[in-house]
Design a protein around this ligand. Structure first.
Ligand code: HEM
Length: 375
């Protein structure tokens, strides 16, 4: 009979992501050498604060393998065209300028207003079952972002469904069917943003307006690039924020007293979410590839090697949102959206019998809830 997860430690950082209790394993990784070659995975591991930061800060550690801007299974497809432009997937000029525009525009967002809006939207969609909760974890953050970008409420469900289909092609675990299904979604998302951009002039002060005027101001003219990165804002929101919300629901289950405290003092929600981001983060690792031979922390790594950066072993506040030039520009937005959703849902979830496992993934920890036993 197989041993339950909590008895058997994860075999490697990929299986740790969906393991029931992976944090002792991550602590052991952090106590070991910050950079090591993991023969069973044929790649390097960067662990602990020093390993994670050193790799994420080094200019020779790139987000894509040398000469392979787009994964082979997406080459020549609509998804591949979007992928090729994403700030997340580029380094150098193609990263710096768009990143600056996006980060500035995202920093202008009125977080109190966003939180208020999402509180209203989430308040009308309180999940009444595990199945509804599973959908809501993905939908509500995407509805919040779609609203922020200027889409009308009637468009949100389709945008959320397309975003989920698009994201499904981005994982190393994606199958042919998911890659094929993502192409129509990619085209639909690009079309949606094209139409919205035509109307954006009418919305001064909106996030979309800030992105477009910011892009013009720094000469980021490739309109395909702007469109792709607008799609990127939805795709970056999708899995990560669903994971944050889901892991917060799990944290509330583990500490029943917390729900009562939060009911009495909802102002504590942001602090609770910060703790969840730190102790049970949604994104556990990311990857880098050496463009040249490098020496990092006294270890020589040849060119063309993959490094799995084990964010969850970094144990520092920013580990869940990355570090260095690719660090997440959406952290405050994600926290505002998650705070609002949980505030709206916590009462309804309190008595809901829930059990959970984790969705298959090599880097994102997203609970998949099912009907549990009533206490
Ligand atoms: C809890 C939710 C979120 C988590 C845990 C998260 C985590 C991350 C991490 C770890 C990275 C860096 C990846 C790397 O260096 O390889 C990243 C990048 C990024 N995130 Fe987030 N994210 C979240 C929500 C969001 C949201 C809501 C947005 C949009 C508003 C967003 C936009 C981005 C963008 C554009 C990048 C690429 C930045 C770059 O490459 O320079 N994220 N995120």
């Amino acid at each position: 009979m197989p041993l339950p997860d909590f008895v058997l430690a994860p075999a490697d950082p990929f299986s740790a992501v969906t393991h029931a209790a992976p944090y002792d394993y991550y602590r052991r990784l952090a106590d070991g050498p910050p950079l090591r070659f993991e023969a069973s995975l044929d790649c390097w591991l960067a662990t602990g604060t020093a390993g994670v930061r050193t790799v994420l800060e080094h200019p020779a550690c790139r987000v894509r393998p040398p000469g392979l801007g787009v994964p082979l299974n997406l080459a020549g497809t609509p998804c591949g065209a979007i992928f090729a432009e994403l700030v997340r997937m580029n380094d150098g000029e193609r990263h710096t300028v768009p990143k600056q525009v996006l980060a500035r525009a995202l920093a202008q967002v009125d977080l109190a207003r966003l939180q208020e809006r999402v509180l209203q939207i989430a308040g009308k969609r309180v999940p009444a079952s595990a199945a509804q909760l599973n959908d809501a974890l993905f939908e509500l953050p995407l509805f919040g972002m779609a609203d922020l970008l200027g889409f009308a409420p009637a468009q949100w469900p389709a945008l959320a469904a397309w975003t989920r289909d698009f994201v499904a092609c981005l994982s190393p675990l994606s199958n042919e069917e998911q890659v094929a299904g993502a192409q129509d979604a990619a085209n639909a998302l690009l079309h949606g943003f094209t139409v919205l951009l035509r109307e954006a002039d009418a919305l001064p002060g909106s996030l979309l307006h800030d992105i477009v005027t910011g892009a013009d101001a720094v000469g980021w003219q490739a309109s395909g690039g702007v469109l792709a990165n607008l799609v990127g804002l939805l795709s970056q929101t999708c899995d990560a924020t669903a994971g944050l919300l889901g892991n917060a629901v799990v944290a509330l289950r583990a500490q029943p007293d917390l729900s009562a405290q939060l009911r009495a003092a909802p102002r504590l929600w942001p602090a609770v979410l910060r703790e969840v981001s730190r102790h049970d983060p949604p994104i556990h690792n990311t990857r880098r590839y050496t463009a040249d031979a490098v020496e990092l922390l006294g270890v020589r790594i040849p060119a063309g090697q993959m490094i799995v950066v084990v964010l969850a072993s970094a144990g520092c506040a920013e580990s869940g949102f990355g570090h260095g030039r690719h660090a997440c520009p959406g952290q405050s937005i994600a926290h505002s959206i998650a705070t609002a959703c949980l505030q709206a849902w916590a009462g309804g979830l309190e008595d809901m019998p829930l059990a959970w496992s984790y969705r298959p993934s090599l880097n994102a920890r997203i609970p998949l809830f099912s009907d549990g036993e009533r206490a």
